[in-house]
Design a protein around this ligand. Structure first.
Ligand SMILES: CC(C)(COP(=O)(O)OP(=O)(O)OC[C@H]1O[C@@H](n2cnc3c(N)ncnc32)[C@H](O)[C@@H]1OP(=O)(O)O)[C@@H](O)C(=O)NCCC(=O)NCCS
Length: 168
C-alpha cells in the first residue's frame, strides 16, 4: 500500500518517537527529534502514513554556515523496520526537499551513505569546501535547492546543538 506524506501534527508526536526508536539502534534519534521540536527547530517535519499508521518520518532543522548563511540539515529519517524498502524513505526525502524549497531554504546538508543520498541529488559537500563538525568525510553531502545557493568559500557547517544527543 502506498503511503501518504504530510506535515506532522501534534497527535503524531508519540508515533514519530516510536518510529525513530524502532528504526535506529538506540532511542537517541527519537530524543533528538523531540528536542528539536521543543526548541522550535523542526523546519520541516513530515510523516508517512499508511493505513492510518505512522510508518516513517523525516526531519529537517537549521544549520549555520560560518558567515551567517543558513541552510537546513536532513535527518533523522526513519522508516519502521517492517515498512522499509517500499519507497517510503525516498518519498519522505523527496517531499521534504520540496517543502524546504517552498520555505525558502537555500541548501540542504546530510550525513549519510553517498549511494543512498546521491539518488536525491546530494553530492560531496567538499565540492563547496564545506566541512562538518563530526568528521563525516565523504558522508557529508550537500544539495543546492536552487543553483548557486551555496556560497563559494566553504566553511564549517554547524548543526543544532541538540544533535549531540545522538551520541549520548
Ligand atoms: C534509511 C531509511 C529511512 C530508508 O527508508 P526506506 O523506506 O527503506 O527507503 P526506500 O524504500 O525509499 O529505499 C530503499 C533503498 O534504499 C537503500 N538503503 C536504505 N537505507 C540505506 C542506507 N542507510 N545506506 C544505503 N542504502 C540504503 C536500500 O538498499 C534500498 O535500495 P534498493 O531498493 O535499490 O535495494 C530506512 O532504511 C531506515 O529507517 N533505516 C534506519 C535508520 C537510518 O539509518 N536512517 C538514515 C540515517 S539518518
Amino acid at each position: 500500500m502506498a503511503a501518504s506524506v504530510r506535515p506532522e501534527v501534534p497527535a503524531d508526536i508519540d508515533a514519530i518517537h516510536r518510529v525513530n526508536a524502532a528504526a535506529f539502534r538506540t532511542d537517541g534519534e527519537a530524543r533528538l527529534v523531540d528536542a528539536l521540536r521543543a526548541a522550535g527547530k523542526l523546519t520541516v517535519s513530515l510523516v508517512a502514513e499508511s493505513a492510518g499508521n505512522i510508518v516513517g518520518h523525516v526531519a529537517f532543522s537549521p544549520v549555520a554556515l560560518e558567515g551567517g548563511m543558513g541552510g537546513v540539515g536532513l535527518g533523522p529519517v526513519a522508516v519502521a523496520p517492517e515498512f522499509q524498502r517500499r519507497g517510503f524513505g525516498g518519498q519522505l526525502i523527496r517531499e521534504g526537499l520540496v517543502a524546504c524549497r517552498q520555505k525558502g531554504c537555500r541548501f540542504v546538508v546530510v550525513l549519510g551513505d553517498p549511494d543512498y543520498y546521491g539518488r536525491f541529488g546530494f553530492v560531496a559537500a567538499s565540492r563547496w569546501r564545506l566541512r562538518d563538525e563530526f568528521g563525516g568525510g565523504d558522508a557529508f553531502m550537500a544539495l543546492e535547492l536552487l543553483p548557486g545557493r551555496i556560497p563559494t568559500g566553504g566553511g564549517l557547517v554547524r548543526y543544532a546543538p541538540e544533535f549531540r544527543l545522538v551520541t549520548q
